[in-house]
Design a protein around this ligand. Sequence first.
Ligand code: PLP
Length: 424
Amino acid sequence: MAPMHASADPVPLALERDRTALAEGGAAAVRVLRPRRAAPADAVRPTRAEVNLANLRHNLRVLQRAIADTTPTPPQIWGVLKADAYGHGAPAVARTLERAGIAGICVALLEEAIELREAGIRIPILVMGGYYGPRRDGLEEIVARQLLPVVYDAAHIERLATMARFEGWGRLGVHVKVDTGMGRLGAGPAELPEVLSALARFPEVRMDGLMTHLACADADDLEDTADQLARFAEMERLTRAAGHSPRVRHAANSAALLRMPTSRLDMVRPGVALFGLEPRAGVAPDLRPVMRVRSEIVALRTLEVGQRIGYGHTWEAARRSVVATVPMGYADGLSRSLSNRGSALVRGARAPIAGAVSMDLTMIDVTDLPGAQVGDEVVFLGTQEGPLGREAITAAEIAELSGTIPWEVLTSISRRVPRFYREP
Ligand SMILES: *Cc1c(COP(=O)(O)O)cnc(C)c1O
């Protein structure tokens, strides 16, 4: 399938006219919270996250193929790049996807959208969190940066409309979020009439999109998801009956778009699948993980039987052992719950984590890995090939061991770990 280009995008930018005045007036009053991450050039420590941009493009193509047979037309793909693109670094990820022809981007925060505009990203950006701050500068940023705001209550609409009228901004396009069962954000059935009447009263704000979010699209049973979609259809009916005509309707995250064609509607919002993780085992085996986290052995010691190591002395040598120290700890995103449970890869084989993961350092048992030495690469997430074979540690495996989900494994890799972008 041909990639979708922003130019073919039926979703208009947030504003119809008068946008230049603000842009030139430099309304940039909101200070952006930037992740002050270690820059690759400053990295002394060998610990780093490698981000494979070719795999990112591959995953976009996998998703394009997965939806290509949707009738009557395939939906647009808007990539979800919240939380610094799930820890991969939002500017580089957005640039890659923009060049690959993705239709738009979704983020959670206004700050995240501003960071992308400052990085030169020009395709539409939807700000999903619906939070623009108590002052007017948040709304000014929406207009000056040509962002698409999500709104979910009448007060939102009134505030936007009042500003738009006062500032002469023209009509503002918004996406209205409805709650069909997630119970988090969005107008529920009881609030929808109020939102619709606010839109009727304030013609400065126009509903371009109608959206909802699915709570259980990765569950065994898709019955809850079907119920949510039915509620969404009913709310769309009420919306149209009230005289509004949203041009795009969207609901699907990665799991829904892969598993339930009826959820795709006009636009889909994949996050985790773009980064190569299956939201549920088996639904998209062609995806390729984008992030690999690696370090190196910095020290080796031989332990006699009965010697104990690490905080709390939780590991004891049951035999004469060789233990390697690696400069990656829980402050880097290697969960402390992996102490004595997780593993790492050295020379293409597995080495168990020995003792407690500490803040900056972790020990691994390399007794069974002949030839392990200082300087050897150690992989905590991803694939490694070496003289002893080929092995992989997936985010799903780490999530399972540490009692969480793969999404959290990715977003936990901290700002102390520099990201290196690979274009193989
Ligand atoms: C995070 C998020 C998504 C993407 O979810 P994935 O499961 O990562 O695909 C889509 N929509 C909303 C509203 C979200 O918050």
